[in-house]
Design a binder for this molecule. Structure first.
Ligand code: AP5
Length: 184
């Protein structure tokens, strides 16, 4: 039987940072839709050319493209980072987990206030130059999160899978809270 963890939260909350550490320590595969898409953009693939303007605006890539990537990359011990992000994605994932007999260990919601999210992403723009880390696009990403992704909080609250974690503090402190919240 497979096992999965989902990381949910606004842009800049630390999902990628924490998912990478948990995946390494548990020997799970980290499946980050954002990383896969950025890799396509960097390689200039047809998918990359299609999604680049969408990502640069801070909008979401269409669900059918994302679900095709997930089907390709799914593994039996997996940590999802940045997926699902819409209710249709969450419903499709439920079907996929059921089909593959995969147990959801928990949905970690990393909560960070908006001023801190902005601070972290602007700092990353200085260091790494990620093309969607400019103030205008960050504001759009936050708005899209509120409109399209926040409804997932209630979705997973209803199933009892949601684990709220305070994302402020050092990465080590946040990581310890995540392990405690998942009971692992
Ligand atoms: P994606 O790559 O998923 O970006 P995001 O959700 O906007 O998240 P970030 O990567 O900005 O933040 P994070 O929460 O992972 O934090 P991180 O660990 O990096 O998506 C990008 C785009 O791809 C989307 O806008 C969309 O267009 C498309 N896309 C992706 N998935 C999609 C989907 N499922 N459906 C449709 N479209 C999709 O940390 C942020 C920064 O803070 C880093 O610099 C880090 O070093 C720092 N940091 C981390 N933890 C701490 C801490 N505790 N204290 C201080 N700094 C910290």
């Amino acid at each position: 039987m497979g096992e999965a963890v989902i990381f949910l939260g606004p842009p800049g909350a630390g999902k990628g940072t924490q998912a990478a550490r948990l995946a390494e320590e548990l020997s799970f595969k980290k499946l980050s839709t954002g990383d896969i898409l950025r890799d396509h953009v960097a390689r200039g693939t047809p998918l990359g050319l299609q999604v680049k303007p969408i990502m640069d605006r801070g909008d979401l890539v269409p669900d059918d493209l994302i679900l095709a990537l997930i089907r390709e990359e799914l593994s039996d011990r997996v940590i999802f980072d940045g997926f699902p992000r819409t209710i249709p994605q969450a419903e499709a994932l439920d079907c996929l987990l059921e089909e593959t007999g995969t147990r959801l260990l928990g949905v970690v919601l990393v909560e960070v206030p908006e001023e801190e999210l902005l601070r972290r992403m602007l700092k990353r723009a200085e260091l790494e130059g990620r093309s969607d880390d400019n103030e205008e696009t960050i504001r759009r990403r936050l708005q899209v999160y509120r409109e399209k992704t926040e409804p997932l909080i209630q979705y997973y609250e209803k199933t009892g899978a949601l684990r709220r974690v305070d994302g402020l503090g050092t990465p080590d402190e946040v990581y310890a809270r995540i392990r405690a919240a998942l009971g692992i």
